[in-house]
Design a protein around this ligand. Structure first.
Ligand code: URP
Ligand code: ZN
Ligand code: ZN
Length: 458
């Protein structure tokens, strides 16, 4: 199918100009003014921004966690992503303790097969790494799984010890993979959690008080120092607070290869959400927790200064009615995670660009270009250029909507941003040359999305 997108304001991480784009056989073929080409479909993009499809490098679809499985799978989650202008995700496969990485990868291929609306890659979550398994890391890189995630939190579940983390970093220094870390001092938090429960503090709000910013900063610092010794780059997922950001800043000032993402919920919501009536606060039990409001200004400023390079969603959706309730009498049993895969672009635009905290180019950069670069997808993904995949969003900057569980596309019975007015709507979403969203309607076929064998960092 060929598509001609006419007269849009093309915005990349570095450029902005009005032109036409001819897309054919899944690729951007020609960019120019007044293109006279014939196409199977013509889209008038006058008055719209035309931006590269989003790359969300942190999603958990069909994810077994906290005694249940996340509610959005590759069918529903990727369609919701597409409605929000995201055309590539990198999701997390999980090694079972004592099992091979290849087996985990097979399982995650099976979960996604025939379901995805957008292209997808996998990171591999590593739980244990005896020396005999180290060559499996190189095999993952050959299979296009070029990043590994390790948890410094959740002892007794998915936490990896420091030796495992250091071994993964050392091997990645050689094979070019990127080690991603969930940085929190898991053992210290465990003591705080047990003490809170012993005091009868069982409500959702104690999830936040038992995971203080310093617990995140300490783990961030420790991981940075381990990465320095290993000579490996390191990437922090879901950075939530000023104290952890300071550690990243300090390392980058020493010219260390340290990168970090934050998420829309840390940029726009705060810990007052835990003070809601009854069990409502459970909707915001995600990790790290929402912080005091003043952290938001620091995170926006970190994005602007490039101390933070990426905004991901950490989409981990657990229903309020029958999943979050697993922890009704004990906050530590509430499955951790929040839904957000659909709202990254409109929140970045409304709260970031419209508020003057970042400009449009920076928005495209953190939404699409830099995640593509860091996770081995650039220039195929993350930009609009001749020869790149035709993953394109026609984004209407004036149209307003109200976010609500009544109208979202996530398989989820609540929305963390319920009632929030946002500006900017992805009117048309094109993935590899196919129009899959037009005027609020999904036009694709499940399984259009393909597995992406990723390279190492650009
Ligand atoms: O609360 C969260 N973030 N749940 C998903 C797992 C993780 O830690 O990323
Ligand atoms: Zn995490
Ligand atoms: Zn996560």
């Amino acid at each position: 199918m060929s598509v001609l997108i006419k007269n849009g304001n093309i915005v990349t991480a570095v450029d902005s100009y009005v032109a036409d784009i001819l897309v054919d056989e899944g690729k951007v073929r020609t960019i120019g003014t007044d293109l006279a080409a014939q196409a199977d479909k013509t889209i008038d993009a006058t008055g719209n921004y035309v931006i590269p499809g989003g790359v969300d490098p942190h999603t958990h679809l069909d994810f077994p966690f906290g005694g249940t499985v996340s509610s959005d799978d590759f069918l529903t989650g990727t369609q919701a992503a597409a409605f929000g202008g995201t055309t590539t995700i990198v999701d997390f496969a999980v090694q079972q303790r004592g099992d091979s990485l290849s087996h985990a990868l097979e399982m995650w291929h099976a979960k996604a097969e025939g379901k995805a609306a957008v292209d997808y890659g996998f990171h591999m979550i590593i739980l244990d790494l005896p020396d005999s398994r180290l060559p499996e890391l190189d095999e993952m890189v050959r299979q296009g799984v070029t990043s590994f995630k390790l948890f410094m939190a959740y002892p007794g579940a998915v936490m990896a010890d420091d030796a495992t983390i250091f071994k993964a970093m050392s091997r990645s220094a050689d094979n070019g993979a990127l080690v991603c870390l969930h940085a929190e001092h898991g053992l210290m938090i465990d003591v705080l959690v047990k003490a809170a429960l012993a005091d009868g503090k069982t409500a959702p709000k104690y999830h936040a008080t038992t995971r203080p910013p310093i617990a995140e900063a300490e783990a961030t610092h420790r991981a940075i120092r381990m990465a320095e010794v290993a000579g490996a780059p390191v990437y922090f997922v879901h950075l939530s607070c000023h104290e952890a950001l300071q550690e990243v800043q300090a390392a980058r000032a020493r010219r260390e290869h340290v990168y970090a993402e934050t998420c829309p919920h840390y940029l726009t919501l705060d810990n007052s959400m835990y003070d809601q009536e009854g069990f409502e606060g459970a909707k915001y039990v995600l990790t790290p927790p929402l912080r005091e409001q003043w952290h938001q200004a620091e995170l926006w400023s970190g994005l602007k200064r490039n101390d933070l390079q990426v905004v991901s969603t950490d989409h981990a959706a657990f229903r309020f009615a029958d999943q979050k309730t697993l922890g009704r009498n004990d906050f530590s049993k509430i499955p951790n995670g929040g839904p957000g895969i659909e709202h990254r672009l409109s929140l970045l635009y409304t709260k970031g660009v419209m508020s003057g905290l970042i400009d449009l180019h920076r928005m495209v950069d953190v939404f699409s270009t830099t995640p593509a670069k860091l996770f081995g997808l650039f220039p195929r993904k993350g930009t609009i250029a001749v020869g790149s995949d035709a993953d394109i969003v026609v984004f209407h900057p004036e149209e307003e909507t109200t976010i609500s569980a009544q109208s979202h596309h996530m398989n989820m019975d609540y929305n963390m941003y319920e009632g929030m007015r946002v500006k900017g709507v992805p009117k048309v979403v094109v993935t590899r040359g196919e129009v899959i969203i037009e005027d609020g309607v999904y036009l694709g076929t499940p399984g259009d999305g393909r597995f992406l064998k990723r390279g190492t960092q650009a």
